[in-house]
Design a protein around this ligand. Structure first.
Ligand code: DAT
Ligand code: MG
Length: 140
């Protein structure tokens, strides 16, 4: 296994409900260390650009509105097998299908307001980290 980095967002629904600490605890307890983090309020342009891969999907408009409604916490997480590990800790996109103990099972409100984003592959992890962080903001 290799030491990897992945990109994570604690989404508006979770930040509004004061779940930042509980969500970061899940990462740390499972071997993922934050090596960069900041709280931001995404612009519409950022949200549309970040989720461009979904722009033809019927839920795109709602997704963008949810992401810009209030602040988020963006992070780079580092650990063994971090990309897959983070997806495991997050749970399935739809909380109704998420396994016990996962972030989405415990905290998500709906398939749209599902508390966290995590990169799905090495290439998207690289792109998403670069979308929000400069190299000197990452302090491994
Ligand atoms: P994930 O966030 O698990 O990678 P995804 O990339 O397929 O899932 O979708 C990105 C986000 O879009 C997801 O976290 C919530 C929203 N979304 C996906 N499918 C949806 C649906 N059927 N209805 C409403 N929102 C949806
Ligand atoms: Mg995705």
């Amino acid at each position: 296994m290799a030491l990897e980095r992945t990109f994570s967002i604690i989404k508006p629904d979770a930040v509004r409900r004061n779940l930042i600490g509980k969500i970061i605890a899940k990462f740390e307890e499972n071997g993922l260390r934050p090596v960069a983090m900041k709280k931001i309020h995404m612009t519409r342009e950022q949200a549309e650009g970040f989720y461009a891969v979904h722009k033809e999907r019927p839920f795109f408009g709602e997704l963008v509105e949810q992401m810009i409604a209030s602040p988020v916490v963006v992070q780079v997480l580092e650990g063994e097998n971090a990309i897959a590990k983070n997806r495991e800790i997050m749970g399935a996109t739809n909380p109704a299908n998420a396994a016990e103990g996962t972030i989405r099972k415990e905290f998500a409100l709906s398939v749209g307001e599902n508390s966290v984003h995590g990169s799905d592959a090495p290439e998207t992890a690289r792109e998403e980290i670069k979308f929000f962080f400069t190299d000197d903001e990452i302090v491994g």
